[in-house]
Design a protein around this ligand. Structure first.
Ligand SMILES: Cc1cc2nc3c(=O)[nH]c(=O)nc-3n(C[C@H](O)[C@H](O)[C@H](O)COP(=O)(O)OP(=O)(O)OC[C@H]3O[C@@H](n4cnc5c(N)ncnc54)[C@H](O)[C@@H]3O)c2cc1C
Ligand code: SF4
Length: 568
């Protein structure tokens, strides 16, 4: 964000207050590393509570009018495309397939599906004998789900039947062609389907944000400002409450003092110049890959294996979800670009079912690839090329796409380590990501793929193909009660260093088959409430694990109880 510049955040929202600047030798209360889905909520909550906060963000502070285009090919700067190494028996595609870079992080280019985890997700080991139990229950996070659903806000049906049944305060979206196909296919097979959400996209205008105009550019960054991202929902309030968002600032190492406490963060500015920001506490919110990388890159005397890694767990238990895309051709035009990709889904197969040969389950959702993504899918699914690919592209309007989301279990060897040789432009070792599917994961993906293809056929598709892929990386710094098997406690505080926290998707011990963004932001709001309760005692060795009171007063006023909610 440049000084004196009136910052555009969507077509109506403007940020015109000067941003506070802290001196580097001024020990601020919190440095938050990464202002993405979790980091955006944290900087907002902490600054609103009166803490002095600096958010260090590797990417730019987007001005949506200046920086974004409504063009699929012009949106690549939204993604984390810095070098990484990927491997294992089932390597993950990195880059555009997972995290964002810039204020808002992945919430800028997410599709904004916002289902909650189910109560069963929090005790999968006790219940199903797989994965691991969380140190918290559904009831611990439920008030934060409700809070964030109003803050973004989330549009959806008045009654949502799966997991813990609940309703959405803001009405659902009308259906696009892909949603209609999902409804038709599910209905023909007797599968319940949720219509018009849950999705964090405005179905009516709200505060200084307009409603969705259904042009389908959600995962290219919604220039309109109808889709929620922390860039437009939480960061403006943070700036107004005195937080400094220091963009184009790449954290390279967390400094540990003689007292074995975090004392600040080393970072590089965009010109490669090194800096050091002092802080009383540090929160790492860099995403499932960059968070473990930074903890490992911060190894120092006394913490030779990396910070918060006495358990050896940092980087381990990384998870993705099986995210195959199933494409079907219809005689009638579908025009899948004419709606948000995310607008209908079913979670009917989410839970473990004793009749299956696998534990846990999957969801089926609408996706609406734009032409470049569709071309890649046709190359992968049909090996289309040359004239054949051109013919498929001319047929784009007749295709619909469903995505499946399968739960992949946490496995120790799926992990982030530091690459032995490759370094980024700052000379920092890059992340090496190793990923392998196990039998349960493979059986689950196979079953989900077959069911989704059945639904597509039942919808009337005359040709059905699919592309194998993964979605949504989480894990790598998991939360748990036992310091010998986890990195952080139930509030995100590392077991080893009391004033060093992790708060982002990397703390998830398991992932269900729900998209993770809502859970990540709800956990961030819960961590913030806890930090407000702790006050100045953040560096104390004594850990009070009493759940904090829910503070609705910390929600951004621009979104809290505004608009026309149907409930509450
Ligand atoms: C195409 C696509 C569609 C998606 N759709 C959905 C969806 O519909 N629903 C859903 O729930 N989820 C969706 N997701 C996933 C969702 O975007 C992520 O799960 C979520 O954004 C992760 O939040 P986070 O806070 O862990 O990290 P992020 O939001 O990625 O934020 C991390 C931030 O930290 C910054 N950073 C990292 N390292 C450093 C460093 N060393 N120094 C400074 N800054 C750093 C990054 O630049 C980034 O801005 C989608 C993802 C993709 C790729
Ligand atoms: S379809 Fe997506 S990109 Fe377009 S206005 Fe709606 S939310 Fe924004």
């Amino acid at each position: 964000m440049t000084e004196g510049h009136v910052h555009a955040l969507g077509s109506m929202q403007r940020l015109d207050v000067p941003m506070r600047r802290y001196a580097e030798n001024d020990a601020v209360d919190y440095v938050v590393i990464g202002v993405g889905a979790a980091g955006g909520v944290l900087v907002q909550r902490l600054s609103r509570a009166g803490f002095r906060v600096v958010g260090l963000e590797a990417g730019p502070f987007w001005d949506t009018e200046r920086d974004w285009v409504s063009d699929e090919a012009g949106s690549h700067q939204l993604y984390w495309e810095d070098p990484r190494v990927t491997g294992g028996s089932d390597p993950l595609a990195l880059g555009a397939n997972n995290c964002g870079k810039g204020v808002g992080g992945g919430s800028v280019h997410w599709a904004a599906f916002t289902p909650r985890l189910h109560p069963s997700d929090f005790d999968v080991y006790t219940r199903d004998g797989v994965g691991v139990d969380w140190p918290i229950s559904y009831d611990d996070i439920r008030p934060y789900y409700e809070q964030l659903e109003l803050e973004m806000p989330v549009a959806g049906p008045a009654y949502y039947p799966w997991g813990h049944p609940h309703g959405y305060a803001y009405g659902p979206h009308p259906m696009g062609g892909v949603g209609n196909a999902l409804i038709k296919g599910c209905t023909a097979l007797g599968i319940p389907v949720s219509i018009g959400g849950p999705v964090a996209i405005l179905s009516g205008s709200h505060g200084d944000r307009p409603h969705c105009i259904y042009r389908g550019f959600c995962i290219q960054g919604c220039k309109v400002g109808a889709k929620a991202s922390t860039l437009i929902t939480h960061v403006p309030d943070a700036v107004q409450n005195g937080a400094e968002i220091r963009d184009r600032s790449m954290a390279s190492r967390i400094e540990i003092g003689k007292d074995r406490r975090a004392s600040g963060v080393h970072y590089f500015d965009d010109d490669g110049k090194p800096h050091f920001q002092r802080a009383k506490a540090v929160i790492v919110s860099g995403y499932a890959i960059e968070t473990p990388r930074l903890l490992l890159n911060s190894a120092c005397p006394g913490f030779e294996n990396g910070l918060a890694n006495s358990s050896g767990t940092v980087g381990k238990y990384l998870m993705a979800q099986g995210g195959n895309v199933v494409l079907g051709r219809f005689e009638e035009p579908v025009r899948m670009y004419k709606a948000p990709p995310a607008h209908a889904l079913t979670e009917e197969f989410y839970e473990t079912d004793a009749r299956n040969d696998f534990a846990r389950g999957f969801a089926i959702q609408t996706v609406g690839p734009l032409p470049i993504a569709f071309a890649k899918q046709m190359i992968a699914a049909k090996k289309a090329w040359g004239w054949g690919l051109r013919r498929e592209m001319m047929d784009y309007n007749h295709w619909a796409a469903f995505g499946l989301l399968t739960e992949i279990l946490p496995w120790e060897e799926n992990r982030v380590t530091l690459a032995a040789e490759e370094r980024d432009r700052f000379g920092l070792p890059v992340a090496n990501v190793s990923f392998n599917l196990h039998d349960n994961d493979k059986r689950l993906i196979k079953a989900a793929k077959e069911k989704t293809m059945d639904v597509m056929r039942a919808a009337g598709a005359t040709e059905v193909v699919q592309e194998a892929r993964y979605a949504h990386l989480v894990g790598g710094a998991r939360m748990g009660k036992d310091p010998s098997t986890s990195v952080v406690d139930a509030f995100g505080r590392t077991h080893d260093i009391p004033n060093l926290l992790v708060c982002d998707g990397s703390v998830l011990p398991t992932q269900g088959s729900a998209n993770p963004g809502l859970t990540i932001q709800a956990l961030a709001a819960r961590t913030a409430d806890y930090l407000v309760s702790l006050g100045a005692s953040i560096s104390s060795d004594t850990r009070d694990m009493t759940p904090p009171p829910l503070r609705a007063s910390l929600a951004p006023p621009a979104t809290w109880r505004k608009g026309v909610p149907r409930l509450k």
